[in-house]
Design a protein around this ligand. Sequence first.
Ligand code: F6R
Length: 610
Amino acid sequence: MCGIVGAVAQRDVSPVLLEGLKRLEYRGYDSAGLAVMSHDKELQRLRVQGKVNELFKEHQKSPLNGTTGIAHTRWATHGKPNVKNAHPHICHDKVALVHNGIIENHEELRKEQMASGFEFNSETDTEVVVNAIYEALESRLDLLHAVFNTTKKLQGAYALGVINNTDPGRLIAVKKGSPLVIGVGIGEYFIASDVFALLPVTQKFIFLEDGDIADITRDKLTIYDSELSIVERSIKLTELNADMADKAGYRHYMLKEIFSQPNAIEKSLEHRIKDGKIITSEFGQNADSIFSRVKSVKIAACGTSYHAGLIAAYWMEEIAHISCHVEIASEYRYRKSVVIDDTLFVSISQSGETADTLAALHLAKESNFLSTLAICNVAESSLTRDSELVFLTHAGPEIGVASTKAFTTQLVALFLMVIAIAKHNGLSKEYEKMMIKQVKSLSGRVSQLLHHKDEIEIMAKDFADKHHALFLGRGSFLPVAMEGALKLKEISYIHAEAYAAGELKHGPLALVDDDMPIVAVAPNNNLLEKLKSNLQEVKARGGKLYLFADKESDVESTEGVYIINLNVDYDFMAPILHTIPLQLLAYYVAVIKGADIDQPRNLAKSVTVE
Ligand code: F6R
């Protein structure tokens, strides 16, 4: 979280920095700031509490001009979201710094620095870094060595951008555990937390590796590794373009992303299927031989990606007859676990930068796993770089903080993975063909479901004044219910919980009254009759039910029971299909409540800290 941008150019860099921050705002938006070196070598700084738009306004009133600068949008970890904690941090008007990540030993460093006379202006973990660099500069080190020496004292994860007024055209960038890219322009260089920030100024990028330090001037870039030896890092051309970031006429990115799911699903399937069969090499060169040895699967992920993993586990056991366990990455990374021989480790992540998921992967690499596979939406991410096998979801950039198209395309990828593994465990050609047919029908069926938007918008009115909601599902629809509840709470701030419907009477039924809406996912499968009995238990207690049913679920709207018939046939795609109306429900409830849908409070899109 937190977004960093920096630039060294011949032109005035402020517009580039501000536009970059706007594009990085999904990473954090509680305060923002920029520091630009003036033409007479003075560090000028603007900081605001709130969103980047506030910074734009301030900048209009008092513009900063200069050709070297750094900027930051913050997601507060240490210290409140206010101006004094906003970045850039400056020490003695000499050195300015932006930081993404967490300095774990900041308290110890703060004590040492206070003892040697430093006064602190913020509550952040960052200020110790700028102080340490200042101290090193005072001992006559140049900026590169001052930053390098400072990093040796730091524990934790960080990406840094540093400028100072003795070297006004120089920018030092460091990456350790937090993402950082260098944008290569013509006679100018940029840094940013992701490529997206820099697409208006370049398509050429260098992806720094952990421990790298880049010494950047307008006409020269030198990259050093963690031992300060010069290293070569290749320049890559991105296929992304700046226009991908517009809302295409939709009111919010989230709505655009919900409606782009048919297309995103098609893109995820493109070139992955030939003659009714999966092209296993799409997972990596050795995928076929690795998949042939898989005896069990371990999945680790966070949030929505974790829910995708939970659904995949049902598929894996039912279709491939291979045992599959799913773990919350932040739990898995700290627990002692047993790895069964020939277990494939699968991580799932939209961003590929989620700190907990990355840590789980790194732990897996030191353990006895057969191999590591990343299912990810960002090609050049830490997760894809560090995994042996990779399957990209090709959903396109997801900007709304609440994940939608990333989730459905993760499920497509996971379904293909299950089939590719199942082929080595007795899945017949006919069965494979049948399942490929199902996944190929998905995009069209999702398009049909989106037509229910008006009905769902009406239904959403019933939720807007509620404080709590329960979501029920059974089997692979329990994770669908969990995802529905997560969407509702994160963007509408209504407390929502998901339960396996059979668990209701073991406790949560006590909560049910006419003020507690209950959403049930009711596909037409072998558990439908059982689910109906669970729903009777709710109805008998005066609970108001909202049901998303399949074509032949045979349920009708009655007093206190609101049914939306999705008119879909039941098959393996049903968990994906049933997710769509829940996304729309959360969206429309949040619209009615007037919530900040694309940037919900306290959240950020890319969770690069623990
Ligand atoms: C919820 C949401 C989060 C993410 C989670 C993991 O809508 O977006 O729960 O799913 O932070 O992020 P990635 O998938 O980038 O690892």
